[in-house]
Design a protein around this ligand. Structure first.
Ligand code: UD1
Length: 419
């Protein structure tokens, strides 16, 4: 199990290229199950979560080939049972349910457990499958879906904490081959949902409204093979912008889509950083005065929950008192205790973190608990005095391609140690 050592106090400067979006690539790869023909997916990031998804596809019977960022999948004959051993490693495995149900009218996949960011139910996915005509059974830790026919339906996917991103994708993938029209109300508006819809449309699906709360899907008889290039990862981009803010002189992120980063750019601007952008790049540089923030995570286009931990790290190093409220995953604050070990002054009250900026953070041994929490610890460590030892870095490898190498290329000093 690797750990990383971050030697703090270096200034970052230069350019970094952003990879393809993990959260887009996962459902898009699952969607290749919907056709017997070959699909070619470009700009697939090299991450352990992607590796798990490709393993699931292979075990379901797909031919999978991967060469650098290009993945080819041919799902000529497929099985409908995803193996527990792999599925349990990644919650996003649930996004094979929709395509298996859509194509084979049957699926058996293990129920995902909770995780450190809290209880992660999939009731809305199951409600959607039922509305399309599937019988849903949960037995022996597995979800079983069965249908004789899938029929278009009107489905509201808004839950207690807002819309569901993977749920919207799952229902779209099941509905593309149903008879008649499916209307999803309360749909997630995230760019990853739009990217999936664009891939499904390239495969011959009839979908309108992706990117709004109202999506309509007119079922078609079958889908064909297609090629698609995955959108840039907006969370990786946001994380490097915060790296530039926390420790940078001037950092430019390239191969990104600034339109997907609106709330993050706005928050950094409000905090007093200078930001400029072109069509596919964003530059952040310090600008003297810093201002504390009141931030609230909200589904897209609001401020992303996947950037909350990184901003907690940044705000810990800035003068004044900031308040961060988490509304999407109210228990997603595992990074707070670790940031406090590094000297951060944060009071957690239910789903609000009150952050009093401190002059200095100090390096300490800390534990990565989930993907974005780990990124926050790396960011804090860039600004901390001394060496921060981050254990369990497999969490970070789930979602960031070579983050240590990319930060080192900007001037950081990070070592990866095999333990
Ligand atoms: C996706 C992202 C994750 C991101 C999250 C919210 C992937 C692989 N992961 O996760 O990085 O943090 O969106 O932007 O794309 N909920 C229910 N019932 C359900 C489903 C969800 O109550 O059936 C709740 C969740 O517990 C949470 C909220 O709805 O409170 C949003 O979750 P959801 O959008 O479904 O997250 P994911 O799609 O799993």
């Amino acid at each position: 199990m690797d750990k990383i050592l971050v030697h703090g106090g270096r200034s970052l400067e230069g350019e970094v290229r952003i990879g393809g979006s993990k959260n887009s690539a996962l459902p898009i790869l699952a969607a290749t199950l919907l056709t017997r023909e070959r699909c070619v997916i470009e700009r697939v990031p090299d991450l352990s979560d992607i590796h798990y998804m490709l393993t699931i596809l292979s075990q379901l019977g797909c031919e999978v080939e991967r060469a650098s960022g290009v993945v080819q999948v041919r799902a000529e004959k497929i099985l409908t049972e995803a193996p527990y051993e792999i599925v349990r490693k990644m919650r996003a495995s649930v996004c094979v349910l929709g395509p298996l149900l859509g194509r084979e009218k049957a699926a058996k996949v293990s129920l995902p457990g909770g995780c450190v960011i809290g209880d992660r139910p999939i009731d809305l996915h199951l409600k959607g499958f039922e509305a399309l005509g599937a019988k849903v059974t949960v037995k022996g830790g597995d979800i079983l879906l069965q249908a004789t026919e899938l029929k278009g339906a009107k489905i509201n996917l808004r839950g207690r904490h807002g819309p569901t991103v993977l749920g919207t994708g799952n229902i779209m993938m099941a509905a593309v081959l149903a008879t008649g029209t499916t209307v999803i109300e309360g749909a997630a508006e995230e760019p990853e949902v739009v990217d999936l819809a664009n891939f499904l449309i390239a495969m011959g699906a009839n979908i309108s409204g992706a990117g709004t709360q109202h999506i309509e899907i007119e079922g078609v008889k079958e889908l064909h093979g297609a090629s698609h290039s995955v959108i840039p990862d907006r969370i990786e981009a946001g994380t490097f912008l915060v790296a530039g803010a926390i420790a940078g002189k001037k950092v430019t992120i390239r191969r990104t889509n600034p339109n997907h980063l609106g709330a993050v750019i706005e928050a950094l601007g409000n905090a007093g950083f200078d930001l400029s952008h072109t069509q596919d790049s964003v530059t952040v540089s310090p600008n003297g005065a810093r201002h504390p923030l009141h931030l609230e995570t909200i589904p897209y286009p609001g401020f992303p929950t996947d950037m909350q931990a990184q901003f907690c790290a940044l705000l810990s190093t800035m003068d004044g008192t900031s308040v961060v409220t988490e509304t999407v995953f109210p228990q997603r604050f595992m990074h707070i205790a670790e940031l406090k070990r590094m000297g951060a002054d944060i009071i957690l009250d239910d789903h609000h973190a009150t952050i009093h900026g401190v002059d200095r953070l100090s390096g300490a041994p800390v534990m990565a608990s989930d993907l974005r929490a780990s990124a926050a610890l790396v960011l804090a460590a860039l600004r901390a005095d001394g060496v921060t030892e981050i254990n369990r870095v497999y969490h970070i490898d789930r979602g960031y391609e070579r983050i240590d190498e990319k930060l080192n290329a900007l001037g950081a000093h990070i070592e990866r140690v095999k333990v």
